[in-house]
Design a protein around this ligand. Structure first.
Ligand SMILES: [Zn+2]
Length: 78
């Protein structure tokens, strides 16, 4: 799917994030280090997308890792 169609479909960054999260972790975040299921998000000023940090081992994962948005420097809906 081309990026502009994405934006029309999802409308907002939040909707894109929710979709990407569901694609990455259909059953919720599953920490690849400790299998933890509890996590929180971290919004860093140098990133356009939040990181997910495992509450158990502090492993950090990015929702855009390995997707078409990986390394992108612009907001998802721009
Ligand atoms: Zn963990």
């Amino acid at each position: 799917m081309a990026l502009p169609e994405w934006i029309k479909k999802f409308g907002t960054d939040a909707a894109c994030q929710a979709y990407l999260s569901s694609q990455h972790w259909p059953d919720g975040l599953d920490c690849r280090r400790c299998d933890g299921r509890k996590y929180w998000t971290i919004q860093r000023s140098d990133r356009t997308t939040p990181l997910y940090e495992c509450a158990g081992c502090h492993y950090q994962a990015s929702v855009t890792g390995g997707t078409i948005f990986h390394r992108t420097q612009v907001a998802l809906s721009m």
